[in-house]
Design a protein around this ligand. Structure first.
Ligand code: F6P
Length: 368
């Protein structure tokens, strides 16, 4: 089956995550070792859908020399987009009106016309959903799971997550001292969409006093009581970590913006929580949003290795004739799971899991 592959492509879609370049480096080396050509598609599928926008025509020919040592770099040398769904390309007419157009068949034809036999699609749930759709229409591909949110089912870990948790922890460490110096409550908002993995684990590692995650709708009067008890015991500062997707009991997530052709953008819950805690505790409160800082910077050693392992495994999967699968970590093994199963449901923090129970046992308030 592998003999019919001569040229493959790799792309990165959705929000960037530390470790993407490691996947690219490993995939290029593994493809080259098999005698395959490999090209990188610029910015998701845009390099093929809008080649006129790129000086190199939207495709980047990659050889091992081009990617030497990029595993240590954050971002992605290919660029990425979270507006790049070929099934729903937004087109703007002369009068300013917009409509969504399905360009998926044209895209698949473009793979064929460029002599690309298969694709390695690196992305989170949205990008892998697109990959699954293209696969069902005849594009041969293997997926690689990426997201700092760690919310993809069927893999124990996604790369980017460890880097995000490590950096969030370092930030929380720094915030302890300034919160203490000013006797403040500092609310730290972290990314994670509708899953609380980053908040919970960075909060535990950074010694937070309260952690609010989407899996546990919060009641701020409970959090305020906890902070007041701390104050009464002489600890007159507190750190509260809140996931961007956390929401009050009976309330809604805080949405920053909604736009046609992309997922809703979350953000602002930190400010909401800080304002309310100030009212309830009387303590001076501040909100800090870590946001995209969690996606920037160099990947941790773990994320570099995970990215390199995934990139190598994706090429191996194509060589073995696999199609429509995603590489996944299932320690100590790397598995291949059908993409459609991997995206069928989101991986939330289990409330009977060790991290959650550890947080409770440490006396951290979880807002319930
Ligand atoms: O899914 C990754 C992620 O970083 C989320 O944690 C966050 O909600 C979202 O992407 C932000 O995306 P954008 O790049 O549009 O700000």
């Amino acid at each position: 089956m592998s003999n019919d592959i001569r040229r493959i492509a790799i792309n990165t879609g959705g929000g960037d995550a530390p470790g993407l370049n490691a996947v690219i480096q490993a995939a290029v080396c593994a493809a080259d070792a098999r005698g395959w050509e490999i090209v990188g598609i610029r910015e998701g599928y845009d390099g093929l859908l809008f080649p006129q926008n790129y000086r190199d025509g939207g495709l980047m020919k990659l050889v091992p020399d081009d990617v030497e040592d990029i595993a240590r770099l954050g971002g992605t040398i290919l660029g990425t987009t979270n507006r790049g769904n070929p099934f729903r390309v937004v087109e703007t007419a002369a009068d300013g009106s917009t409509k969504e157009v399905d360009r998926s068949l044209e895209l698949i034809e473009s793979f064929r016309s460029h002599g690309i036999d298969a694709l390695i699609a690196v992305g989170g749930d949205g990008s892998l959903g697109i990959a699954q759709g293209l696969c069902e229409k005849g594009l041969r591909l293997v997926g690689v799971p990426k997201t700092i949110d760690n919310d993809l089912d069927a893999t124990v870990l996604t790369f980017g997550y460890n880097s995000a948790v490590s950096f969030a922890t370092e930030c929380i460490d720094r915030l302890h001292v300034t919160a203490q110096a000013h006797r403040r409550v500092i609310v730290v908002e972290v990314m994670g969409r509708y899953a609380g993995w980053i908040a919970l684990n960075a909060g535990i590692a950074g010694g937070a006093d309260a952690i609010l995650i989407p899996e546990i709708p919060y009641d701020l009067t409970k959090v305020a009581e906890h902070l007041k008890r701390r104050s009464a015991a002489g600890r007159n500062y507190s750190i509260v970590v809140v996931a961007e997707g956390a929401f009050p009991k009976g309330g809604e997530v805080t949405v920053k913006s909604r736009e046609i052709g992309r997922a809703e953008v979350l953000g602002g819950v930190g400010e909401r929580v800080a304002t309310e805690l100030k009212r309830l505790t009387g303590c001076d409160s501040r909100a800090v949003v870590l946001g995209h800082l969690l996606r920037g910077g160099s990947p941790t050693a773990l994320d570099r290795v995970l990215g390199l392992v995934f990139g190598t495994a994706a090429v191996k999967a194509l060589a073995e004739g696999q199609n429509g699968v995603m590489v996944a970590v299932n320690p100590p093994r790397i598995d291949y799971v059908p993409i459609k199963d991997a995206i069928a449901r989101m991986k939330n923090v289990p409330l009977d899991g060790e991290a959650h129970m550890t947080a409770r046992s440490l006396g951290i308030a979880l807002g319930d």
